[in-house]
Ligand binder design. Structure first.
Ligand code: 4AD
Ligand code: MG
Length: 477
């Protein structure tokens, strides 16, 4: 049986001059004497001091970057600068050698994020990805804690569904039908009655509709699971497989919904700042280095930590869609024709518009409400103007839309009318309509894109770098 101490704890240790066992991977080996050892528990390495009179030459030869080793020795106060403690090795076990000639991470220069994406199976071993995935874990834990503390129930919504929750037709088909010999009906259409579920099914685009079923009985629920979208968007903010958090609450209106979303975002950022201080300090520095490569006018005004601090300490701006359009139309940016896409009431806000509002105009997260009904999903509650719906999107600096949500249409007749207008098949969604037939109540919810949240907190510019194995158009390695 192995028994080792983890480096995260060892580095904080006060009880010195005692025997210790640590295990991990060699990050560097200097002067055939100093090993920087990392075991993944923290971004920081533990210094191991190798005495050539104690450790045999054959073992020392095998201590190379990337090798997995075990060290038995003594924990002492460090003689050198840069660390409080270090370990003098009495015995070193080589678990796995690592050939420096072949190891892709044995590079003199810092490997680029693009290159690391090509070797995603190894990128966990870098400082950057170690930090990102520890922060990702902390955020996901903080999310569960946030909801648990507030009396929400975690709902496991299905991954295979027969409905299109967003009505946007961006679904991945799930089938066991033979692709090279599809059964057809009399009119030549694919006969899904012969398929595994005896109907057409797909991977879920959202757990919201199931969330509504549960919320209108359990009161407060949230989902946290993978969602899938076959949208052909090759951007730094889109994945084909991403994780979403979707709270849904009975007897909630859009104001309650906004408060909950703001509280959630601030709370989990605060958690990460408290529990991932070392990783965030590292990522802060990484981003600063990256920003230095850019021309002055494209650089972000705030560093990562400064931005997070600012976001947890300031209320989000709240404006209506109509106000947002007015701000854009009155901006110098617009008058100088600097927007690529058209600006007028009714447009879907483009990334450049969102970024202008958040980064240039308000300089903080903005909640935009009451969007035109035609650019939003069928389930959103119709406002009295009959032109806008009770939608709320949160736009974040550097990211754009991070949350999308709404108060739901709880009035059966109005919901059916919208579904008909938007060609959403009511006959296949009687189960959903039953929530409005039997004891319907006002309710609201939203979806937080988890990877966009991780991007925001880690400062990583590309969404492919905050999920372990990104799936994007043309890429599912
Ligand atoms: O705005 P969306 O499409 O809303 C829904 O799915 C609702 N059912 C949510 C709800 O009200 N329960 O998606 C919600 C969030 C977006 O704001 C964005 O952060 C993220 O999910 N998102 C994506 N993240 C990564 N890649 C994609 N392709 C994404 N599409 C949406
Ligand atoms: Mg949206």
């Amino acid at each position: 049986m192995f028994s080792r101490e983890e480096i995260a704890k060892v580095l904080q240790e006060e009880n010195l001059d005692r025997p210790i066992i640590v295990m991990g991977w060699v990050r560097s080996f200097r002067n055939s004497q100093f090993i920087a050892l990392n075991d993944g528990s923290t971004n920081n390495n533990l210094q191991i001091v190798v005495n050539q009179e104690i450790i045999d030459a054959d073992t020392i030869k095998k201590i190379a970057t990337g090798a997995a080793i075990g060290v038995e020795g003594k924990l002492i106060a460090s003689q050198g600068k840069g660390q409080k403690v270090e370990v003098t090795a009495d015995k070193i076990t080589i678990f796995g050698e690592c050939d420096g000639e072949k190891y892709p991470l044995q590079l003199k220069n810092r490997p680029s994020l693009e290159y690391l994406r090509e070797i995603a199976h190894l990128r966990f071993r870098t400082n950057t990805f170690g930090a990102v995935f520890r922060v990702r874990h902390a955020l996901s834990f903080a999310i569960h804690q946030f909801f648990n503390d507030r009396g929400f129930f975690y709902l496991h919504s299905p991954i295979i569904t027969a409905s299109d929750a967003e009505g946007a037709g961006e679904m991945f088909r799930v089938t066991t039908l033979p692709m090279d010999n599809l059964p057809k009906n009399e009119v030549g259409e694919i006969d899904y009655s012969k398929d595994f579920f005896a109907k057409a099914t797909n991977l879920t685009v959202s757990g919201q509709l199931e969330g509504e079923l549960a919320a209108t009985a359990l009161g407060k629920v949230y989902t946290f699971g993978p969602t899938f979208r076959a949208e052909n968007s090759n951007t730094s903010r889109h994945l084909a497989e991403f994780w979403m958090i979707e709270p849904e609450v009975a007897f909630y209106d859009i104001e309650n919904n906004m408060d909950l979303a703001e509280d959630l975002l601030q709370s989990i950022i605060r958690y990460a700042m408290k529990h991932c201080a070392d990783d965030l300090a590292f990522l802060n520095q990484r981003l600063e280095d990256e920003e230095k490569q850019k021309p002055q006018n494209e650089r972000m005004e705030m560093g990562l930590l400064e931005k997070l601090e600012f976001v947890v300490n300031n209320r989000f701006e709240r404006i209506t869609y109509t106000d947002a359009i007015d701000i854009l139309l009155n901006s110098a940016h617009y008058k100088k024709k600097k927007f690529q896409y058209e600006v007028k009431w009714g447009i879907d806000l483009q990334s450049e518009h969102e970024r202008y509002l958040v980064e240039k105009h308000f300089k903080k997260p903005v909640i935009v409400t009451n969007y035109p009904k035609d650019i939003k999903a069928f389930y959103m509650r119709m406002n009295t103007d009959e032109k806008t719906v009770a939608a709320m999107d949160i736009l974040a600096p550097g990211i754009g839309e991070i949350v999308g949500g709404s108060q739901r249409e709880e009035r059966l007749d109005k919901l059916i009318k919208r579904m008909d207008e938007m060609h959403v098949p009511t006959h296949e969604m009687e189960w959903y309509l039953d929530t409005r037939r039997f004891g319907s109540c006002p309710h609201a919810g939203f979806g937080l894109g988890f990877e966009r949240m991780v991007q925001f907190v880690t400062g990583m510019t590309n969404i492919r770098d905050v999920i372990p194995f990104p799936r994007t158009p043309g890429n599912a390695a």
